[in-house]
Every structure is written in structure tokens, then in C-alpha cells.
Design a protein around this ligand. Structure first.
Ligand SMILES: Cc1cc2nc3c(=O)[nH]c(=O)nc-3n(C[C@H](O)[C@H](O)[C@H](O)COP(=O)(O)O)c2cc1C
Length: 213
């Protein structure tokens, strides 16, 4: 593959100010729906960027599990690398790469834990095996072998049996990113892309500006 010669012209769509809803969450839901209907693989997958105390950014994929006017919710292990970053510096950027539609959405904003009730409600909705796995994984820590991981699963399976209630691990739950900016990007021909960014104002309203590609 010759990287310098890899080039694609983005011709699938256009984005005009008049197309955009006044509320960026409504606009996001519209695009998410279109990504879903277009068959985008894992349309709720997003790249989550965080920066720890040392100033070094790190990015990884998580799944969007809730969205309201209050923000974007994902679930994870609080003691993971991302959890430590968010404890040290509760700010994040999210990127939804809907490349099949030649689109991306980028969100920025402060992050807060969602609270135990919301985490418990989501945890209960997960398949039993996923709930067990949450107990087993010291996410982002070094593990000696696959066999050690599987043995850990055996231990928690024995603890809760086949039907027993599996409690929410104290180190596991949701974070909510409260959006301050939301950018909608639509690829256009010859790199003259359309970009519109919403910015939240102190009174809760949103402004909308076109950004240069
Ligand atoms: C498609 C996909 C979905 C994922 N969803 C999640 C998720 O919702 N929560 C999570 O903690 N990790 C998820 N992961 C794993 C993370 O990308 C990452 O490996 C893990 O959270 C550890 O990241 P950290 O060490 O930066 O904390 C997902 C990975 C992929 C590829």
C-alpha cells in the first residue's frame, strides 16, 4: 500500500446550516440514526481521548450507552487507565468515526461519574457473562496469562453461582461527558469539507458556527 497515493474524494453528502437542528443533541441523534440505518459497524463506538496529570493524551474506543441533554454516557472500570486520567483531569473529547457516511462528530466537555443508581441500572441490563467479566478484570493492569484471567472468571462464577445476583462492582460504572462543543463534519470534494460547531453558552443555549475545513 502506497500511503502517499491513498486518496479518496468524499462525495456522499453536503452539510448546510439550514440542515442543522438548533439543538445539537437532536442533530446527533439524527446522524446516529442514519449511521445505524446505513449499516455502519458499531455506530455507537466512539474514540475517547483523555489526558492525565502528566499531560500525555491517550485514546481508546468505548460504546455510547446513554445520551440525554445532560450528556454522553459510557461505562468502564474506574481504576483503568482512562479512569485514572478522568480522576486526575475530568475532561474528555469523543470522536464518532462514521466513515461509511464520510462523517465524523467530535464532542468536548467536562466529565463526571453518573452515580451508583444509573450504573447499577445499566449493569443489571448487561448479559450475565459480561457482569462476571467486570468483576474479573483489573482493567489496564498487567495480567500474567490468559489462564490467570480464565481462572479469575472461574472464581467469580463460583462465588455467584449460575443464578445468584451479581452486584455492581464498586470500581465499575458510568461517566457522563457534558458537551461544551459538538462538531459535525461532512466530507466534501477536494478537501473542501463542511464543518459546523455548536458551542454551549452560559445560559444553556447553543451557538452554531461554520469552521474552515
Ligand atoms: C468496539 C470496542 C468497544 C469497546 N467498548 C468499551 C466500553 O464500552 N468500555 C470499556 O471500558 N472499554 C471498551 N473497549 C475497550 C477499550 O477500548 C480499552 O481497551 C479499555 O477500556 C482499556 O482502556 P484504558 O486502558 O485506556 O483505560 C472497547 C473496545 C472496542 C474496540
Amino acid at each position: 500500500m502506497n500511503l502517499a497515493d491513498e486518496r479518496r474524494n468524499y462525495l456522499r453528502g453536503e452539510l448546510h446550516r439550514a440542515d442543522l437542528r438548533p439543538d445539537p443533541i437532536a442533530q446527533f441523534n439524527l446522524w446516529l440514526d442514519e449511521a445505524n440505518r446505513a449499516g455502519v459497524l458499531e455506530p455507537t463506538a466512539l474514540s475517547l481521548a483523555t489526558v492525565g496529570r502528566d499531560g500525555r493524551p491517550r485514546v481508546r474506543t468505548v460504546l455510547l450507552k446513554g445520551l440525554t441533554d445532560a450528556g454522553f454516557v459510557f461505562f468502564t472500570n474506574f481504576d483503568s487507565r482512562k479512569g485514572r486520567h478522568l480522576h486526575e483531569n475530568p475532561q474528555a473529547s469523543l470522536l464518532f468515526p462514521w466513515l461509511a457516511l464520510e462523517r465524523q462528530v467530535i464532542v468536548t466537555g467536562p466529565v463526571e461519574p453518573v452515580g451508583d443508581e444509573e450504573s447499577r441500572a445499566y449493569f443489571r441490563s448487561r448479559p450475565r457473562e459480561s457482569r462476571l467479566a467486570a468483576w474479573v478484570s483489573n482493567q489496564s493492569q498487567v495480567v500474567a496469562s490468559r489462564a490467570d484471567l480464565d481462572a479469575g472468571l472461574g472464581v467469580v462464577r463460583a462465588r455467584y453461582g449460575d443464578t445468584g445476583e451479581i452486584p455492581l462492582p464498586p470500581f465499575w460504572g458510568g461517566y457522563r461527558v457534558r458537551p461544551e462543543t459538538i462538531e459535525f463534519w461532512q466530507g466534501r470534494a477536494n478537501r473542501m469539507h463542511d464543518r459546523f460547531e455548536y458551542t454551549r453558552q452560559p445560559d444553556g443555549s447553543w451557538t452554531l458556527e461554520r469552521l474552515s475545513p
